[in-house]
Ligand binder design. Structure first.
Ligand SMILES: *Cc1c(COP(=O)(O)O)cnc(C)c1O
Length: 486
């Protein structure tokens, strides 16, 4: 108006203008093309490889990823995606995916994301969408009660475990009042099994110069509580300030669960913050077995879980829980003039007050919809099945003469072939490569005490006996080939 422009700017008079609002017919066509694509993908999953090795060969074929000025139709786009997106690399939707920590990605979550994005509800602040915030808080309450928190807890739905660990570490730092000048005398305790996202979190929180103690582990790679306590006492005697213990409830490498109850006791005795990384193990609290092995988790000051692992959601879902809401609020407090309208609405706490994020994906819907549609029972049965499958795999591999790691605490089995003459590490590296080349099942590898181990992590909701038997069959075949051609 300032320049008298609006009077002459008439949208209707510009037929060449392509507007972003799509009409109902086009929407239906787009949607059905995409739904069809998803159906073809899901209906052919069993024939698809879990890992497609030959991904980087044809030059130029990926140019279509670049954004140019042109418009394309969905008929141009989907065949490209089918070839260049949904073939190369790891097929993480496949039941044959047993690398790292899988989850699968249940379909109802995709529909939840669809709903969340279509309505674009803003889940950051109660004032803006009381319903979205109520939904997310209900999920937090469910997860908190699952791990045994009772009343004054708080939490946040994050994009994954790494962000959840970051929030937990920053909360611990604030609650323990660690100021910059004290960082190099402050001590953090964990084990070599800790996930590397914690190292990132420590650095991002300005705690890189802390003293980081890797506490002794027993033969199952669990933290030894006596060693922890002795180290804390020694550090106090030497004038250091112990402030944080980080334990595993399911380490990524092999699924180790530390003795949480004993560690909680020590944390309380010396007034340290106790953080439990349950990104992998957390949802096993749905099972009786999980509740037994994770006894004491409810005493932790903070816990993280990864719904995109143990709840089988597609990537993009983590949870951080903090025992006392005030600590989480304290670590994320903010003031902004442009947020003043929202202040009087405090019926429920807003996610933005409890996390570094403000505008964010309404990620509650992708977790809420499947839990509502299925109920919680199938999630429990599915986790129980995975525990059985891991025990079965461990026993079968042992029978077949592989050297197996510890009996699986959760659902990860590590093993290696010990050859007669060749170098064992080179041989197992070759074995992993051969399995990747076959591609029907994907496993990853790790190193423990200088030995290369293969690891099969069974956590996709699509992994059943068929896939585990297929892995065993491939392993036997490839091992025999390695033995005959050194
Ligand atoms: C996967 C994992 C993480 C990291 O979580 P992301 O969701 O990948 O960011 C942290 N800790 C453990 C034990 C994990 O297994």
């Amino acid at each position: 108006m300032e320049h008298g422009r609006t009077d002459t700017f008439d949208i209707e008079a510009q037929p060449s203008l392509h507007l972003l609002e799509t009409d109902s017919t086009s929407r239906s066509e787009l949607l059905s093309a995409i739904v069809n694509y998803g159906e073809v993908f899901l209906n052919t999953l069993q024939e698809r490889k879990a890992y497609e090795h030959s991904a980087h060969e044809r030059k130029g074929t990926d140019d279509f990823f670049e954004i140019d000025q042109a418009r394309y139709s969905i008929e141009d786009i989907l065949p490209f995606l089918a070839q260049r997106l949904d073939v190369p690399g790891i097929n993480t939707a496949s039941g044959g995916h047993m690398g790292y920590i899988p989850g699968g990605g249940i379909y109802e979550s995709a529909l939840g994301d669809y709903l969340a994005a279509v309505t674009n509800r803003y889940a950051g602040v109660f004032f803006a969408s009381p319903g979205a915030v109520r939904m997310e808080n209900a999920l937090i309450r469910w997860a908190a009660r699952l791990i045994g928190y009772t009343d004054s807890f708080a939490g946040n739905l994050t994009s994954g475990g790494s962000m959840a660990n970051l929030i937990a570490v920053s909360t611990a730092r604030e609650a323990q009042n660690i100021k910059s000048r004290q960082v190099d005398q402050s001590v953090i305790y964990t084990t070599q099994q800790a996930h590397h996202s914690l190292q990132k979190a420590i650095r991002l929180c300005g705690l890189e110069e802390c003293v980081l103690r890797f506490v002794e582990q027993d033969l199952q790679y669990k933290m030894v509580p006596q060693a922890l306590e002795a180290q804390i006492q020694e550090d106090i005697t030497n004038g250091l300030k112990p402030f944080l213990i980080i334990a595993n409830a399911g380490s990524t490498d092999i699924g180790t669960v530390d003795p949480l109850d004993d560690i909680a006791h020590i944390a309380r005795k010396y007034s340290l913050w106790f953080h439990v990384d349950a990104a992998y193990g957390g949802f096993f609290m749905l099972t009786d077995y999980g509740r037994q092995i994770m006894k004491g988790i409810e005493k932790a000051d903070s816990v993280i879980l990864d719904p995109h692992k143990g709840l089988f959601l597609p990537y993009g879902s983590g949870i951080v829980l903090v025992k006392e809401q005030r600590h989480l609020a304290q670590a994320n407090r903010y003031e902004a003039n442009y947020m003043q309208d929202t202040k009087d609405y405090h019926e429920e706490t807003s996610p933005a007050e409890l996390s570094p994020e403000l505008s964010k994906h309404f990620r509650g819907m992708r977790m809420w919809l499947p839990l509502k549609l299925h109920g919680t029972a199938p999630f429990r049965s599915c986790l129980e099945e995975k525990l059985d499958l891991a025990r079965y795999l461990h026993a079968r591999l042992k029978d077949l003469g592989f050297e197996v790691g510890p009996y699986p605490t959760l659902t990860t089995v590590i093993f290696r072939h010990v050859p007669n003459e060749q170098n064992a590490n080179a041989c197992n590296t070759a074995l992993v490569k051969a399995i990747h080349k076959d591609g029907r099942i994907f496993v990853s590898s790790t190193s423990l005490k200088g030995h290369v181990y293969l690891r099969a992590s069974i956590l996709s909701f699509r992994t059943h006996r068929r896939e585990v038997d297929l892995l065993i069959q491939i392993l036997e075949k490839e091992r025999a080939l390695l033995e005959t051609q050194p």
